[in-house]
Design a protein around this ligand. Structure first.
Ligand code: COA
Length: 163
């Protein structure tokens, strides 16, 4: 799949977030109980339908890597391809090796459609530290702990190219 295959429902636009979207983005991410850290609106892309924000997602920056995160489609808009479109757009926009963490097999299957493959915590690359940016592995370490101690079904995934 590439950019030219991305088509939106009529009345919907995909655009970069603006400062006016800040609270809508937070509400969507909190409501979906996703990671509440690094929610800088500047990193987000959103889908707006009939003037309402209905989906969001972002690329978090780490040393030598990016994380596709905060992907949410408003519940009444799910199952119409918006999550697919936004995911593919974020992949196309990424400029660094791309990773994500998700909960459970169903989501892992969703992401595998885009060329993400599961990777163990141990096999995550340790990119050299860039000033001002933390490493992805240090962030994922918390999830790894929850996985080990609390049996939270976290799946780490690496993007290996479009399937
Ligand atoms: C995952 C999510 C973004 C998909 O958005 P969407 O617009 O419904 O997705 P699309 O219509 O493009 O694709 C549908 C696919 O999404 C996946 N999907 C839909 N709902 C899902 C859910 N609750 N959990 C996991 N996967 C789901 C399925 O693979 C589905 O494929 P299918 O129709 O063949 O079963 C959306 O369900 C959502 O916002 N979920 C809550 C937040 C979340 O878990 N985000 C992911 C964080 S890692």
């Amino acid at each position: 799949m590439n950019q030219s295959n991305l088509s939106l429902l009529s009345g919907c636009i995909l655009r970069k977030a603006t400062s006016a979207d800040k609270w809508s983005i937070r509400l969507m991410v909190f409501s979906a109980k996703l990671d509440p850290t690094q929610l800088n609106w500047q990193q987000f892309w959103v889908i707006e339908c009939d003037c309402n924000l209905v989906a969001c997602g972002q690329l978090r920056n780490f040393s030598g890597a990016q994380e596709l995160g905060s992907l949410v489609v408003a519940s009444t808009w799910r199952g119409r391809g918006l999550g697919t479109l936004l995911t593919q757009h974020l992949i196309n926009t990424a400029t660094q090796p791309l990773y994500l963490e998700c909960l459970g097999e169903r989501l892992a299957q969703f992401y595998s459609r885009f060329g993400f493959v599961p990777i163990s915590f141990e096999d995550l690359p340790q990119f050299p530290k860039t000033s001002g940016l933390s490493t992805l592995k240090s962030k994922f370490r918390f999830s790894q702990l929850a996985k080990k101690l609390l049996r939270v079904p976290v799946v780490f995934m690496e993007h290996r190219g479009n399937s």
